[in-house]
Design a protein around this ligand. Structure first.
Ligand SMILES: [Mn+2]
Length: 381
């Protein structure tokens, strides 16, 4: 017996407000479905955040339906639990997962399904605060396990929870989990995939999200899902990479900016299946702005090579007078140093600094006139 474990597909997430990104989340989910078909898995477990919201648009709902139908055509059941994104309030409306459950999606909520000769348990997302205050997770796990008719089956538990060390939740799985209950625990919520762990004799897998959802995901760990081969009570996990859109990331400062630009120009854009997303992080002492950076990229015809450019420039120069200017070919000096050289009058330099500093962000002449009128002291000689 074998199954596929995937998680956090976030269907309908328009990252950066882009329709293309919403399509990406769908594409990669379909890629996972294709893998399930290719590997002839017996079923799929999805550990939460199937949808990005509990009320997806009709278009997103149709994507969900297409996925369920495709799996149904290949006789592959899919189990899921509600994550923090798609659990809904349960008061105002039914969740989208419930809609899909009418088409065959098996949504578990503190229950067990043994229809395939394997025990699949699931607990929907519960906030750690709620758990700490009101629940005894240890007890919940035990009560759930007790619901199984045949405990000799392979026991799978699906969770969408915040465990340490990935979240500072105060919840440690090894303290909550008794030995000998579950053989495989698949967990969602943490989007950074982790190497499978063995905790109290249970294979524990954080499979991560199927697409990148944040730029600051610390390391760009390859996205994918896990193919799990079950043999009796034992199992073997194999990572299956999925086709995501490429994210590129560059850091630069005033000196290395030309090199960064060069690296961008040298990219082999033909090698990307989809136009990539670019992250640029710069630090400057030279008043290089985000606008300057983007203008340079535009000049090199680089802007439309990317789906989206996320550019941040942090200015480390103290004041406008610390702006470096070229003295001659090899030397640079700051405006302040130059003024000191020429004026030799501290008060005047301070006043000039004040005027430049305060007026540099003005957009129109009126603003400047008003400033001059109300700061007579600065302009008196
Ligand atoms: Mn998620």
């Amino acid at each position: 017996m074998r199954f596929l474990h995937l998680s956090d597909t976030h269907l309908g997430y328009h990252q950066y407000g882009l329709v293309e990104r919403a399509k990406d989340y769908f594409d990669v989910f379909l890629d996972a479905v294709d893998k399930a078909i290719d590997y002839k898995v017996d079923f799929i477990i999805h550990t939460g955040d199937f949808f990005h919201t509990h009320r997806p648009s009709n278009e997103t709902l149709l994507q969900g339906i297409e996925i369920i139908k495709r799996l149904k055509d290949h006789n592959i059941p899919i189990f899921t639990i509600a994550g923090n994104h798609d659990r809904g309030s349960g008061v105002r409306d039914k969740s989208a997962l419930e809609v899909l459950s009418h088409l065959g999606l098996k949504v578990l909520e503190s229950s067990v399904d043994d229809s395939l000769g394997v025990n699949v348990f699931g607990i929907k997302y519960v906030s750690p605060l709620f758990i700490k205050k009101l629940l005894n997770l240890n007890e919940i796990f035990e009560n759930l396990y007790e619901k199984a008719q045949n405990k000799n089956n392979f026991n799978i538990l699906m969770l969408h929870l915040e465990f340490e060390p990935f979240f500072q939740s105060g919840l440690k799985l090894e303290q909550q989990l008794k030995e000998g209950m579950f053989d495989y625990i698949g967990i969602g919520h943490y989007h950074q995939r982790q190497e499978p762990l063995n905790i109290n004799d249970t294979t524990v897998v954080y499979s991560g999200s199927t697409e990148y959802t944040q730029f600051n995901e610390k390391q760009y760990v390859e996205k994918g899902c896990y193919l799990v081969e079950v043999d009796g009570k034992k199992c073997k996990t194999n990572f299956i990479p999925l086709k995501t859109r490429e994210f590129l990331s560059f850091s630069f400062d005033d000196e290395t900016f030309p090199q960064t630009l060069e690296s961008l120009k040298n990219l082999d854009f033909g090698s990307f299946v989809k136009s990539p997303i670019l992250s640029l992080k710069g630090t400057t002492k030279n008043f290089l702005t985000k606008k300057d950076v983007l203008l340079r990229l535009e000049k090199e015809n680089l802007i439309n090579k990317f789906l989206y450019i996320n550019c941040e420039v942090v200015n480390h120069s103290k004041t406008v007078l610390d702006f470096q200017i070229l003295d001659d070919v090899n030397n640079s000096t700051t405006i302040k140093e130059k003024l000191k050289e020429l004026l030799d009058e501290e008060d005047l330099i301070n006043r000039l600094e004040s005027v430049i500093e305060k007026t540099k962000g003005f957009d129109d002449l009126k603003e400047l006139e008003q400033f001059i009128e109300s700061h007579e002291d600065l302009f008196k000689l």
